[in-house]
Write a protein that binds this ligand. Structure first.
Ligand SMILES: [Zn+2]
Length: 482
């Protein structure tokens, strides 16, 4: 049974989907005006862990993630320039070319990260008629009014506006004022009102402009998520995901306009991940601390290293990224791969005790108890490392038999159905990854080290380096190599 923190309820709750084993979920997807950075991917990875946990519990998932390829504002404010258009102007391409280019990179990075692909990834520009229909019904119900820059939603018409963030009106006003980087539209009735349709600003604007009965222009950002989620997942669906920065405005406004139209609860569970900082600071162009997966791969890291790093903190806590931490993680991941290969190599009976089988089962239970408790990946990982180090210890002294090794491998692959580190490949292709002779030497060196024959251990280390190009490292979790 999965327990999740639900932002709307402001507490952890048992997860109960609307209909049986079916889970309908929606994620606010990328704005495709540049390469998504690892902070963006922290959100998609947290959602991937959620999906994998649900799949492990036997649920069937319908996951929709939108691609924002139209007018997303620079700031949190209601006004501002279209980010995609700005990027297009800089690169002398049409906004559409820019959006297509970055969408491709995003999909490639998703694959490299082993993120399970959503069932649907609708583009905003393919859903303008749906957005216009939604705006029409809001207009029919008299939720809208015209201001200088567009058609606005009157938030004072809703009694429970802002229930997601539970900010008081005064606090929300302060938040909005603080977030304003550009001047506000004149003629707004309330500071919390937001545009559902924006008027074309200049005659020269021709890219990403549509006709509507409210005049030429383009949709507000929030309306696209309401239009696409209602279309593909129904008036009320199970889970809506996104970063915590979306709580006070974007998601609050999605709720407002969706519930105003349908008269029903929009979403049952709101799932929000916290920020990623780099070197203790918020990522910013001016600080030159924005990394994409591509940047880190150029530095020699593997997608699985970055994946492990980004899922290793609890999704509701801030996570700090540093290159040094990623280097450590990279060693840890290699250690796990080596461990999987070692399991495949183990022969013989060992002295397989009941006590060991009990430990394996306890690690498995602990791991999934942690995952089902609001996706506590750090706690789950500690159960996995306990199992790895226990099995390693036994294998070094020859007490781990082939049967035990198989059992451990099965449990590790079960863990990996959540972690997504690609352990199966390293297990199944063990022989191809590391020659048996090298494996034998690694074991022999470990035995020498344990019996404090350091000279012998060192000479084997040199031999491994020379013959196989394998570098050995001793860590508290056992031997690691690369
Ligand atoms: Zn959204």
């Amino acid at each position: 049974m999965l327990t999740l923190y639900n932002t709307l309820a402001h507490k952890k709750q048992k997860f109960n989907p609307i209909s049986g084993k079916q889970v309908n979920m929606y994620s606010c997807g990328p704005t495709v005006y540049s390469v998504a950075h690892i902070g963006n991917f922290r959100a998609y990875l947290a959602q991937d862990i959620l999906k994998r946990a649900l799949l492990h519990e036997g649920y069937i998932i319908k996951h929709v993630m939108n691609i924002t390829d139209v007018g997303h504002l620079v700031g949190d404010a209601n006004l501002g320039e279209d980010k995609i258009k700005l990027a297009a102007e800089k690169e002398h391409k049409t906004a559409r070319d820019v959006a297509n280019f970055y969408t491709k990179i995003f999909l490639k990075d998703m694959k490299l990260f082993c993120i399970i692909e959503p069932e649907r990834m609708p583009k905003a520009t393919d859903h303008i008629p749906e957005m216009l229909a939604l705006i029409q019904s809001l207009d029919d119900k008299q939720y809208l009014y015209t201001a200088e820059t567009g058609i606005y939603f009157d938030t004072s018409r809703l009694k429970d506006y802002g229930k997601l963030s539970k900010m008081t009106f005064a606090k929300l006003s302060r938040y909005l004022k603080a977030g304003v980087r550009v001047e506000r539209a004149s003629g707004l009735k309330n500071i919390t009102d937001f545009a559902v349709w924006r008027f074309r600003k200049r005659e020269s604007e021709s890219d990403m402009i549509w006709d509507s009965q409210w005049g030429q222009g383009f949709p507000g950002w929030h309306i696209e998520c309401s239009a696409m989620s209602l279309k593909y997942l129904g008036n009320t669906f199970d889970i809506h995901c996104g970063g915590i920065d979306h709580i006070p405005i974007h998601h609050t406004n999605e709720i407002a306009q969706s519930e105003a139209v349908t008269g029903q609860q929009f979403v049952n569970y709101w799932f929000h991940n916290n920020f990623l900082t780099v070197d203790g600071m918020k990522m910013a162009k001016s600080l030159r601390n924005i990394y994409s997966l591509g940047d880190l791969m150029e530095k020699g890291f593997k997608p699985a290293d970055v994946r492990y790093m980004l899922i290793s903190g609890h999704y509701r806590k801030k996570l700090n990224f540093t290159i040094e931490a990623l280097e450590n993680v990279s060693n840890t991941v290699r250690g796990i791969y080596l461990f999987m290969q070692r399991l495949k190599e183990i022969k013989g009976k060992g002295d397989g005790t009941r006590e060991f089988a009990k430990k394996v089962s306890a690690a498995q239970k602990g791991f999934f108890r942690a995952i089902n408790n609001d996706l506590n990946v750090p706690a789950a990982l500690s159960y996995m490392h306990l199992l790895v180090s226990e099995a390693n210890k036994r294998s070094y002294v020859g007490s781990l038999g082939a049967k035990d090794a198989k059992l451990v491998a099965k449990v590790m692959l079960d863990f990996d159905s959540i972690l997504g580190l690609g352990l199966e490949e390293h297990y199944l292709n063990a022989q191809k990854k590391i020659p048996p002779e090298a494996m034998r030497l690694i074991d022999e060196r470990e035995a020498a080290r344990r019996s404090k024959e350091f000279k012998h251990a060192d000479s084997i280390r040199a031999e491994l380096k020379e013959k196989f190009g394998i570098t050995i490292e001793d860590t508290k979790d056992g031997v690691k190599w690369h």
